[in-house]
Design a protein around this ligand. Sequence first.
Ligand SMILES: Nc1ncnc2c1ncn2[C@@H]1O[C@H](COP(=O)(O)OP(=O)(O)O)[C@@H](O)[C@H]1O
Ligand SMILES: [Mg+2]
Length: 318
Amino acid sequence: MSTPMYNIPGANPVSPSAQAPEPSAPASTARTVAQVLQESRIDEVLDELERDLVGLAPVKQRIRDIAALLVIDKLRMNLGLQAENPSLHMSFTGNPGTGKTTVAMRMAEILFRLGYVRKGHLVAVTRDDLVGQYIGHTAPKTKEILKKAMGGVLFIDEAYYLYRPDNERDYGQEAIEILLQVMENQRNDLVVILAGYKDRMDTFFQSNPGMSSRIAHHLDFPDYSVDELGRIAQMMLAKQHYRFDDGVADVFTQYLKRRVQMPHFANARSVRNALDRARLRQASRLFADRERELTAEDLTTLTAADILASRVFQESSV
Ligand SMILES: Nc1ncnc2c1ncn2[C@@H]1O[C@H](COP(=O)(O)OP(=O)(O)O)[C@@H](O)[C@H]1O
Ligand SMILES: [Mg+2]
């Protein structure tokens, strides 16, 4: 073998005791789908996903399909028809703010509940967390991250930055090689999700067939419509005990129609940022009136002025 084997400490795929079952495949007597669902309670996660996330119909369907596959594989393992975990590494592509990180956390929870990973946490990283600046720095950095992620999901945002075709000696290549080995050899204890823009990810996979061949599921996250962004806003406000005053939802729709055409628009993240700024304006508005007794209604209501003061309405250049 030309490349050395990388052993991640504390992440040995072999169980410490000979009798103990694989950590990711707990002994189970389940023989029906209902029994697996009852043991794992993944329907709770699937229901939450359905309820808490606006839109994303194709993504939700893919998650349900993957969950079905995992449940059936569980039953196959219980009958000894399948010795190993299926490969579960995934790619989540889509523009910023389309819900990739949020869905990845739910996926981690599903994998945990079904026993495919021991802990079910998610470690989100970018190139800078994996790749060092100097020779000899990359392997320890990457291994440290892998150690943290073992038993859960390693979410690599903008994963294509690991590969720089213009620089043959780029240390990113070293990180990729370590990842590839761990993705193959320790897949009973770690699921890797590569995230980023679709076109760049496609190019990355074309140049890195080894990576491409280890990805079992590709999920594409569409941009949200203005209507969906409006519903996302309502949902975010309700969670924080705020509401739009009468008619303000329409003002916010006008805001969104302008915002989606402007630079740096980032789907649901832009909605979150817009609401944060509206809350700041509401606070300044309420703060100005020192003597007024503020009711619950005052403290929870965002008015048209709180939205209309945005720079989005000032700029005529849209
Ligand atoms: N479909 C959705 N419904 C409600 N909130 C969403 C939805 N998609 C994303 N969000 C929220 O938008 C923000 C950005 O989402 P995130 O998952 O970080 O996007 P990405 O990882 O694709 O950049 C988060 O606060 C998330 O909760
Ligand atoms: Mg993200």
